[in-house]
Design a protein around this ligand. Structure first.
Ligand SMILES: NC(=O)c1ccc[n+]([C@@H]2O[C@H](COP(=O)([O-])OP(=O)(O)OC[C@H]3O[C@@H](n4cnc5c(N)ncnc54)[C@H](O)[C@@H]3O)[C@@H](O)[C@H]2O)c1
Ligand SMILES: O=c1ccn([C@@H]2O[C@H](COP(=O)(O)OP(=O)(O)O[C@H]3O[C@H](CO)[C@@H](O)[C@H](O)[C@H]3O)[C@@H](O)[C@H]2O)c(=O)[nH]1
Length: 323
C-alpha cells in the first residue's frame, strides 16, 4: 500500500481528493494549517495540523513515515487579492512551497504532484491552450505558480525530484454524493456565488465586465468537475509511482462558457430567477481561458466523467442547498 502525503487536504480540492483516494488502496496523511480549510471536510486519513513554514516539522514527518509521494494543494488562490497583496502570495505559494520541496529532498522523498493553474498563461495567444502555449502570467498568483513549475524543473535536474504539474482550468462542482463542496470564505468563485444568489443568500450576482472581446462580452472559462480533477491526480500519481519522467498537463473540458452562459445554466438547473448587475472588469482577468487537454488524455488516460456544465452546476447546487 502506498503512503501519500496531502498538503492542503482540508481545502476544496484537497478534501475531495482525500475522499476519492480513500476508496482506493492508499494510506493517506494530511497536513493543513486550516487557514481556509475545514477539519470536518477531511473524511479519511490521518490529519496533522501544520504549516508549510515549519520546515523542520515537515522534514520530520517526511522522514518518519514511508511516504511515496506528496500532493500539494496548499496555496492562496485569489487572483484579485494577489494584485494587492503580492507579498502574501509569493510567501505562501513560493517561499513556503520551497520549504516543502527542501524537506522532501532532505527526507529523500522524490515524487511530487503540484496544483498549478491556467493563470500561468496570462492573456492567451491562441485557444484552446496546450502545454506549449507561451507563459506570461498577468497577475502575481499566476506568476507564483509558474515560479514553482520552474523550480520543479531545476529540482528534477539537480535532485532527481520527479513531479507532475496539473494546470487546472476552473475547478467547479461538488462531491456527487453530496458530502463535500466548495466552502471558501469569502467566496470569490463564479459558480458558488451564482448559486448563493439562487438560494437567496445574496441579492444579485455582479458580472465583472461585459465589454470583453467575446460573443456576449463576458469572460469565457473552462469549468472542470472536481471529481474529474481527482481522477487526473490518481493517474498522475500512478505515472510517478511507475517511475516515469516529470510532466505537465492542462486540465479542462476543452469547452468555454461565458459568465452569462453560466448564469443561464444555473437558472435552468435551479429553476430560480438569479438577479444580475453589471460591474466593471476585475483586475487580472483574461478574456478567455479554454484548455487543450489532449496530452492528459493520451499520456495519463484521463477521461472526464462529468464534462457537462449542467451536471457540474447540479452537484454544486445540491451542496449549496445543504449549506
Ligand atoms: N479552485 C480553482 O479553481 C483552482 C484552479 C487552479 C488551481 N487551483 C489550485 O488548487 C489548489 C487548491 O485550491 P482550492 O480551491 O482547494 O483552495 P482552498 O483554499 O480551498 O484549499 C487550500 C488549502 O490549503 C491550506 N493551506 C493554505 N496555506 C497553507 C500553508 N501555508 N500550510 C498548510 N496549509 C495551507 C488551506 O487551509 C486550505 O485547506 C491551490 O494550490 C490552487 O492554487 C485551484
Ligand atoms: O462575482 C463574480 C465572480 C466571477 N466573475 C467572473 O467569472 C469568471 C470566473 O471567475 P472565478 O470563478 O473567480 O475564477 P477565475 O478568476 O477564472 O480563477 C479560477 O480559475 C483559475 C484558473 O483559470 C485558478 O487559477 C484560480 O485559482 C481560480 O480562482 C471570471 O471571468 C470572473 O471575472 C464574475 O463575473 N462575477
Amino acid at each position: 500500500m502506498n503512503t501519500i502525503l496531502i498538503i492542503g487536504g482540508a481545502g476544496y480540492i484537497g478534501s475531495h481528493l482525500v475522499k476519492y483516494l480513500s476508496k482506493k488502496n492508499y494510506r493517506l496523511l494530511i497536513v493543513d494549517n486550516l487557514s481556509s480549510g475545514y477539519v470536518d471536510a477531511v473524511l479519511a486519513g490521518e490529519f496533522f495540523i501544520g504549516d508549510l513554514a515549519e520546515k523542520q516539522a515537515l522534514t520530520q514527518l517526511l522522514s518518519h513515515y514511508p511516504i511515496d509521494a506528496v500532493m500539494h494543494f496548499a496555496a492562496h488562490i485569489e487572483v484579485a487579492e494577489s494584485k494587492v497583496r503580492p507579498d502574501k502570495y509569493y510567501d505562501n505559494n513560493v517561499v513556503r512551497t520551497l520549504n516543502l520541496l527542501d524537506a522532501m529532498v532532505a527526507a529523500n522523498v522524490k515524487r511530487f504532484i503540484f496544483s498549478s493553474t491556467a493563470a500561468i498563461f496570462g492573456e492567451p495567444q491562441y485557444v484552446p491552450i496546450d502545454e506549449k502555449h507561451p507563459q506570461y502570467p498577468i497577475n502575481p498568483y499566476g506568476r507564483s505558480k509558474l515560479m514553482v513549475e520552474q523550480i520543479l524543473r531545476d529540482y528534477d535536474e539537480a535532485f532527481g525530484l520527479k513531479s507532475v504539474c496539473l494546470r487546472y482550468f476552473n475547478a467547479a462542482g461538488a462531491d456527487p454524493e453530496g458530502e463535500l463542496g466548495e466552502r471558501h470564505v469569502p467566496e470569490t468563485h463564479l459558480i458558488p456565488l451564482v448559486l448563493q444568489t439562487a438560494a437567496g443568500r445574496r441579492e444579485f450576482i455582479t458580472i465583472f465586465g461585459e465589454d470583453y472581446d467575446t460573443p456576449d462580452g463576458t469572460c469565457i472559462r473552462d469549468y472542470i468537475h472536481i471529481n474529474d480533477l481527482c481522477q487526473a491526480h490518481e493517474l498522475a500519481l500512478q505515472r510517478l509511482l511507475s517511475n516515469q519522467p516529470s510532466a505537465v498537463y492542462n486540465l479542462g473540458n476543452g469547452e468555454g462558457f461565458s459568465v452569462r452562459q453560466v448564469i443561464d445554466t444555473a437558472r435552468q438547473v435551479t429553476g430560480k430567477t438569479i438577479p444580475v448587475q453589471i460591474g466593471t472588469r476585475r483586475a487580472g482577468d483574461p478574456a478567455r481561458l479554454v484548455a487543450d487537454s489532449r496530452l492528459a488524455r493520451q499520456e495519463l488516460g484521463w477521461q472526464p466523467q462529468y464534462p457537462d456544465l449542467k451536471s457540474i452546476i447540479a452537484d454544486a447546487w445540491r451542496w449549496e442547498q445543504r449549506l
